[in-house]
Design a protein around this ligand. Structure first.
Ligand code: DAT
Ligand code: MG
Length: 138
């Protein structure tokens, strides 16, 4: 048993398209538990901290702009191996190649360069999860 916590974001495209409930239903159906949940409207500083590893990459600026385009839902989620489990449920980063049955595969949209409209974020390691939870739930 490896009970973990992870940070999930329903990104602005997910909230704007009314997919928050659908995504939460999949999370709950999988057996993960909500510890905390809130609507967030992050400023640039918060996003720069969250996406620090991507600074300087070609998609960095469009990514921050997109993340400031509307509210997101931040979720503190817990469960056995939830970090890997949520990322599996989310699907791979690019919605076109994400497998059907995953959130990104079923609902994500590929607008050419705007690969970032992939609906959800999930922490990728225990270290990332603790760092990111500190940013969004301090
Ligand atoms: P993930 O969100 O699957 O962990 P990541 O951490 O590599 O992916 O990237 C963070 C976000 O940045 C991702 O959700 C969408 C955007 N992104 C990543 N690679 C991209 C690319 N090649 N073009 C456009 N956006 C990209
Ligand atoms: Mg990532």
């Amino acid at each position: 048993m490896a009970t973990e916590e992870t940070l999930v974001l329903v990104k602005p495209d997910g909230v704007a398209r009314g997919l928050t409930g659908t995504i939460l239903a999949r999370i709950e159906a999988k057996g993960y538990a909500l510890v905390d949940i809130r609507l967030v409207e992050p400023d640039r500083d918060v996003l720069a901290e969250h996406y620090a590893e991507h600074e300087g990459k070609p998609f960095y600026e469009p990514l921050l702009e997109f993340m400031m385009s509307g509210p997101s839902v931040a979720i503190r989620l817990t469960g056995n191996r939830v970090i890997e489990g949520f990322r599996s449920l989310a699907g791979t980063t690019d919605p076109t190649s994400a497998a059907p049955g995953t959130v990104r595969g079923d609902f994500g949209r590929d607008w050419g360069l705007a690969v970032q409209q992939n609906l959800v974020h999930g922490s990728d390691s225990p270290e990332s999860a603790q760092r990111e939870l500190g940013i969004w739930f301090n």
